[in-house]
Write a new protein. Structure first.
Lengths: 263, 321
């Protein structure tokens, strides 16, 4: 009995809070037929929003992956003054509301900010433009790879790496042949989470983008824009596209996973 | 290749792992570093390998100063207590690792790996992953991996420490034979005196970061230079000022032959040998080891009074211990 009670509790919780709302979005998107939904997401503005979102992901995810692994290596393998502080700072993007992050970026890179004028003089506009949005996306999705990789690094220890060294491997060879393969599932999971976060980021990007349709509008901003213009089909259809992108990411990782028995 | 350790000191914070240690290891020899845990034996091995940098002193490998060389350039093979197997690689790829780093040709690597898998009796396991091997098999794979690059020196850090007793015994004998076959200068770390005695030609006893004694197994046993060595390489009894081995005690029923009075508290039959546990009048315990015939002749039972003489008591002056 207890077994079923637990199962029912878990399933209804997930069902009510996740499956039902998400399912309803899918239903609403295709309420007026597949053609209408397709039309809504193939407008030039919607297409631009889609590609801009892809661009955000394509820049933020590789950067956060590389620097995330470096940060994890430093935090796990080295000891230095201020390490605890750095370790805590990694979690800042989780702790601080994205809106605050957006405002902080404006303070630093905005017209009246520290670097804003200098950057503008050199022809680089950060705020209300793509660079600022990329910065915001990187900021909010930074902790995932670090936090996924750190425990794995701790678990594998340093003996395999030392063995590689005594066998003649250089630091780079050791990293690519021994360390990276050993932490690859931590990295992969971190990449999935980073991608999902980068796809869905709204608050920080919304503030630094200026929300110019067809220019600085990502898919999430586009959903809001359509929603506020009472174009519900447009909003739901764009939301479905976002959802499908996330599912595609998860599937891609699952396909890459090794078969049972091989670790 | 010969190894010379010259006045090496290594501290970890306020803990001194090695205190001005000097040691010479002959080309082609098989040496054991023996001592209690925390005695500095693993640190000494790691300093020789280049995995640990000494605070002072030098390490010479075949006469050349290797102190500044990184581990990867020293040409040492290192075997870890917990195998350090590359878990994501097959047995074949593990063994081939060093050869691939050295960019040897495919055919050469294949031939060399096959030869080594034969040597360590893992012929049928080339395609397995380390997780699919037993502890003993993993350690043999690790040995093959270390030998693949034809190291000048083979270093083993408690190689059998994580294995169960039976496998340990097997691998000991096997390591000995392997050394005779491959003939590479070998140093291994152990805290097990029996293992050191059985496998090594030369034993180095380390305690508190210092070398207590260096010698052949028999010399250490027969002629220990201090109390620590005597009590570490075999069982001992304290009798008055001296130390004596259990088998150097003679028991008799006859007070007239001299000796100290003792009461038998337990008689343990261990096959050929009999261990007699005794209690002296000051209630300190004593353990004697006698043959079965001697025990039969004495007809010992718990509660009996016997007289104990020691054949070869050893008294160490305080500055030696």
């Amino acid at each position: 009995m207890a077994k079923y009670a637990l199962r029912v509790t878990a399933l209804s919780y997930l069902g009510l809070l996740i499956a039902l709302p998400v399912g309803y979005v899918f239903y609403k998107a295709f309420e007026h037929g597949f053609a209408t939904a397709r039309e809504a997401v193939t407008t030039p503005v919607a297409q631009h929003a889609f590609w801009l979102t892809v661009e955000m992901v394509a820049i933020a995810v590789p950067l956060n992956t590389i620097f995330g692994v470096v940060c994890a290596l430093v935090l796990v393998r080295q000891s230095f003054r201020g390490k605890a502080l750095l370790n805590a700072a990694i979690d800042l993007p989780f702790a601080v509301s994205p809106v605050v992050i957006g405002l902080a970026l404006i303070l630093v890179y905005g017209r009246k900010g520290w670097f804003g004028d200098w950057l503008l003089d050199h022809g680089i506009q950060v705020i209300f433009s793509v660079p600022g949005m990329v910065l915001a996306t990187i900021f909010v999705s930074l902790p995932f790879v670090v936090r996924e990789v750190m425990p794995v690094l701790r678990e594998i220890g340093t003996e395999q790496e030392q063995a590689a060294q005594t066998l003649g491997a250089s630091s780079l060879q050791t990293f690519f042949r021994v360390t990276l393969p050993a932490i690859r599932w931590g990295v992969a999971y971190g990449v999935v989470l980073t991608t999902a976060r980068a796809l869905g980021e709204f608050g920080a990007v919304s503030i630094v983008s200026g929300k110019l349709a067809g220019q600085t509008e990502t898919l999430t901003l586009h959903v809001e824009n359509r929603f506020q213009a009472f174009d519900l089909t447009g909003a739901y259809a764009a939301a479905v596209v976002l959802g499908l992108m996330a599912i595609a990411t998860l599937l891609a990782i699952n396909l890459l996973k090794p078969k049972e028995g091989v670790r | 290749m010969s190894i010379n350790v010259q006045a090496v000191t290594k501290d970890f914070g306020d803990f001194t792992a090695l205190d001005n240690v000097s040691l010479d290891v002959r080309d082609g020899s098989l040496t054991a570093l023996l001592g209690p845990s925390g005695g500095g034996k693993s640190t000494l091995l790691r300093v020789i390998a280049g995995l640990e940098e000494p605070d002072a002193g030098r390490v010479l490998i075949s006469g050349e100063d290797a102190t500044a060389e990184p581990a990867r350039k020293r040409g040492v093979g290192f075997v870890f207590q917990h195998y350090a197997a590359f878990k994501h690689m097959t047995v074949r790829d593990n063994v081939a690792f060093g050869l691939k780093i050295r960019k040897r040709s495919r055919d050469e690597i294949r031939a060399k790996v096959d030869e080594l898998l034969d040597l360590v009796h893992l012929e049928g396991f080339a395609k397995r992953y380390p997780a699919q091997l037993s502890g003993g098999q993993r350690q043999r794979m690790a040995l093959a991996r270390a030998l693949a690059v034809e190291p000048r020196v083979l270093l083993l850090d408690e190689p059998f420490g994580a294995l169960d007793a039976t496998v340990r015994k097997e691998l000991r004998a096997w390591l000995r034979r392997l050394h005779d076959e491959v003939n590479v200068t070998t140093i291994f770390v152990t805290h097990d005196q029996e293992e050191a005695m059985e496998v090594a030609e030369q034993i180095v006893v380390l305690n508190h970061g210092k070398i207590e004694q260096v010698g052949a197994p028999r010399d250490l046993y027969e002629m220990p230079t201090n109390e620590f060595v005597m009590s570490f390489v075999g069982p001992v009894n304290r009798l008055g000022d001296g130390l004596v081995r259990p088998h150097d005690l003679v028991l008799s029923r006859d007070a007239g032959l001299g000796g100290i009075e003792a009461m038998v508290s337990r008689v343990v039959h261990l096959g050929f040998e009999v261990r007699v546990e005794l209690t002296l009048s000051d209630s300190s315990p004593l353990s004697a080891q006698i043959t079965r015939e001697e025990a039969d002749e004495l007809e010992l039972h718990a509660g009996d009074i016997v007289y104990v003489r020691s054949e070869r008591p050893r008294v160490f002056s305080p500055h030696q211990s």
